[in-house]
Design a protein around this ligand. Sequence first.
Ligand code: NAP
Length: 267
Amino acid sequence: MSKVILITGASTGIGRATAEYLTQAGYRVYGTSRHPFKEIVAFQTLILDVNDEVSVQSAVSQLLQRESRIDILINNAGLGIIGALEEVPEAMIQRVFDTNVWGLLRVCRAVLPAMRHQGEGLIINVGSIAGRMGLPFRGIYSASKAAVEMLTETLNIELKSFGIRACSVLPGDVRTNINETRLVAVNQNGSPYRHSVEDMNTKVNAEVSNAAEPIYIAKAIEKIIMTSSPKTHYVVGPFLQRASLWLKRFLPSRVFEYLLRENYGMK
Ligand SMILES: NC(=O)c1ccc[n+]([C@@H]2O[C@H](COP(=O)([O-])OP(=O)(O)OC[C@H]3O[C@@H](n4cnc5c(N)ncnc54)[C@H](OP(=O)(O)O)[C@@H]3O)[C@@H](O)[C@H]2O)c1
């Protein structure tokens, strides 16, 4: 029997590439979106909004009715945000945390009874290299992805005795739709941050547009699925972005922060 996989946020980007790749590899994949898929896709689809408990429960129970099991959950749905910490509106902060953190936990909680009943399961949470450092004007995003790592570590310990493993995948930049959906908090009324935030948005958009295609994350995820004993965290990204984590670990924080400011052309 091929394994049954649920992937949130499979309409575009990393989720879509992973859903297609794993379907081709022979898995029974259910990919989700908040809206009906307009085009025909290779995998099974479900409507799921991670912000809505009823929607999450309904999608998971539809899947269980069809398959009677969920072997792997890939929590991929997520939202980017740019803005100065002093100015980002509370509603935007709540939306990002509700999607990237609480939404992820909501889906975990919906699938865990089935996984515990099966006595096995794997949860793969999509975090980000940005979750390992407080990036300028991306502090809310960094914090939400740092939370994903901590939740993953706790899940892994709490679930071990039920035969369930949790791990996180931390991509660097990937060319996806995230530039179009990212929330940008720019205060137009005499804000001291306005130009810096706009500059950062332009730089991040360019980094993402020039980044590698999401298939390389899909391939990394398949390798994790094939591993008999997965690690808790996998950093998957270009050399320089992976190297930045080593620099952060070994350099004094003042030096690392100086390098970040230089990298982003900040005074
Ligand atoms: N691209 C990068 O450079 C990068 C780097 C590191 C980490 N990541 C992470 O990778 C994940 C995928 O992002 P992506 O780059 O592939 O972006 P994307 O192309 O914008 O895809 C985001 C996906 O999340 C779904 N989504 C958003 N809000 C949702 C909600 N409330 N409920 C359910 N689904 C929701 C969207 O589906 P619908 O709109 O169809 O519902 C979409 O399929 C995110 O967690 C992101 O933070 C991305």
